[in-house]
Ligand binder design. Structure first.
Ligand SMILES: O=P(O)(O)OC[C@H]1O[C@H](OP(=O)(O)OP(=O)(O)O)[C@H](O)[C@@H]1O
Ligand code: HPA
Ligand SMILES: [Mg+2]
Length: 184
């Protein structure tokens, strides 16, 4: 779908594809510098982080390894249930590894706060977070995040990996949905 061809479900484009590309290049340069000479493991959080992980990893110059964890706390709605379930665990033992969690969005922060304590208990050499989006006004817990792409308002957003009821993940930009989509 092109930005000029939004379709009836979208209300607005919040962040364009070009803005995302530029931001990921900027973040990748900082991450390259930070982990120079170290072995870095990127941990992507399925499914939302697929696009960020794919594009961030390709923007890095350093060799990295990649693993995936699937957790879910949202189900089909627009509110976090607060209950995080592991749907798929890592294939990798992260003890003594430098781990960078790659996320699409920090909203309430409940998913990452849970993930940080879960992965932290496996004794990695370091554990940090890179997220494309963050909603500062929606935070229910404070999380120390090393790299943030964009701080956005507390509106439900879709696209670039982010879904509403599993739809819209493949939009190349981040946008907001028209109210009729939620109300049916
Ligand atoms: O900060 P929070 O309020 O916890 O929300 C952020 C999390 O919610 C979304 O995932 P979701 O659980 O919907 O699964 P998905 O990635 O498969 O869409 C998103 O991808 C983040 O992982
Ligand atoms: O705004 C959002 N959109 C889609 N998925 C999400 N998961 C947490 N917040 C969001
Ligand atoms: Mg989701």
């Amino acid at each position: 779908m092109r930005e000029t061809d939004l379709g009836a479900d979208l209300e607005s484009v919040l962040i364009t594809k070009e803005e995302i590309d530029a931001k990921l290049r900027e973040l990748a340069a900082k991450i390259d510098a930070e982990y120079a000479g170290k072995d870095l493991l990127l941990v992507g959080v399925l499914k939302g982080a697929v696009m960020v992980m794919a594009d961030l990893a390709r923007a890095l110059s350093s060799p990295v390894t990649m693993d995936w964890m699937a957790v879910s706390s949202y189900g089909a709605g627009t509110q976090s249930s607060g209950v995080v379930r592991i749907l798929k665990d890592l294939d990798t033992d992260i003890q003594d590894r430098h781990v960078l969690i790659v996320e699409d969005i920090i909203d309430s922060g409940l998913t990452l706060s849970w993930l940080l304590s879960n992965l932290g208990s496996r004794e990695p050499a370091s554990l940090r977070i890179c997220t494309l989006l963050r909603k500062p006004d929606a935070a229910k817990v404070d999380i120390d995040v090393e790299w943030v792409g964009f701080d956005i308002p507390s509106e439900f957003v879709v696209g670039y990996g982010l879904d509403y009821a599993e739809k819209y993940r493949n939009l190349p930009f981040v946008g907001t949905l028209a109210p009729h989509v939620y109300s049916g």
